[in-house]
Design a protein around this ligand. Structure first.
Ligand code: SF4
Ligand code: SF4
Length: 266
């Protein structure tokens, strides 16, 4: 992890095991429901479809019988050096020093979409339409998450509202809200994965499993070479998956490469 990340006391993060993910999409559905994403008006236009968390299919590109696939769930990476933050002319988005989550203040956003252009992970989405739910569905909306209007950009928040609730619960119980036990705050996608592929917790807390997984020899981060310093780690025992995560090409010389954001993890 970089120095920037370690300067925060708490660093919420994820470790997603791609060898456990079957691509079922339960995490995507849980995210849509938890964060009040309305059904698509025109799902045929993929550029306008909203998925705060999107599952991509990867392939090793080989023919049968050597063919292999993997599925890669991609939430916002909550970058340590978020490219989306400095480009915003309206200071809508910032790196929160409490937990390192990259926030988005919807009423302040005027929809220029600079942040979307800057994000190398394509983790930001523009509201092309006002949200509309089929009759009765509005009763299933989550009361803890604001609904976004047409014309603003939105993104995964690591279910920030769940952290607010976990802190309140700790305060009521007389406990330290900044020393939550593992599992007191997890994201909806973590909870929904039937295979336990998504582990969530404090990357800075050695007692949390996510801390251990992030230091695994099988851990990697997406496009590590860009130096974005993501708080989302991926794991795979398959080398081709790890290489694909950083877009290494087969004939590329990688031996003397040092990522901009510093070392890998450690
Ligand atoms: S679209 Fe909104 S959040 Fe993104 S850069 Fe423009 S004003 Fe800022
Ligand atoms: S993944 Fe994209 S939207 Fe998320 S913090 Fe990084 S640059 Fe910003």
């Amino acid at each position: 992890m970089s120095g920037a990340q370690q300067s925060f006391k708490i660093l919420w993060g994820m470790a997603i095991d791609l060898d456990k993910c079957t691509g079922c999409g339960a995490c995507m559905v849980a995210c849509q429901a938890e964060n009040n994403l309305a059904p698509e008006k025109d799902a045929s236009n993929k550029r306008r479809v909203m998925n705060w968390l999107k599952v991509y299919e990867l392939s090793n590109g080989k023919a049968f019988p050597d063919h292999d696939t993997a599925f890669l769930p991609r939430p916002c990476q909550q970058c340590g050096n978020p490219a989306c933050v400095p480009v915003c002319p309206a200071t809508v988005t910032k790196k929160d020093e409490e937990g390192g989550i990259v926030s988005q203040v919807y009423p302040r956003c005027f929809g220029c979409r600079y942040c979307m252009a800057a994000c190398p992970y394509k983790a930001r989405y523009f509201n092309w339409y006002d949200p509309e739910w089929p009759q009765g569905w509005d009763k299933t909306l989550s009361p803890d998450v604001s609904v976004r209007p047409r014309g603003v950009v939105e993104k995964c928040t690591f279910c920030h509202h769940r952290w607010m609730k976990a802190k309140d619960k700790a305060r009521v119980a007389g406990n330290d809200p900044y020393d939550l036990p593992e599992g007191a705050y997890v994201t909806a996608c973590t909870e929904s994965c039937p295979n336990g592929a998504i582990v969530f917790g404090d990357l800075n807390n050695p007692k949390h499993l996510v801390h251990k997984l992030a230091h695994s020899e099988y851990a990697f981060r997406l496009l590590e070479r860009l130096g974005m310093d993501p708080q989302v780690y991926y794991l795979s025992r398959r080398e081709w998956v790890r290489r694909l995560g950083d877009h290494h090409l087969d004939n590329e010389k990688t031996g003397d490469f040092t990522p901009l954001g510093g070392g890998h993890h450690g």
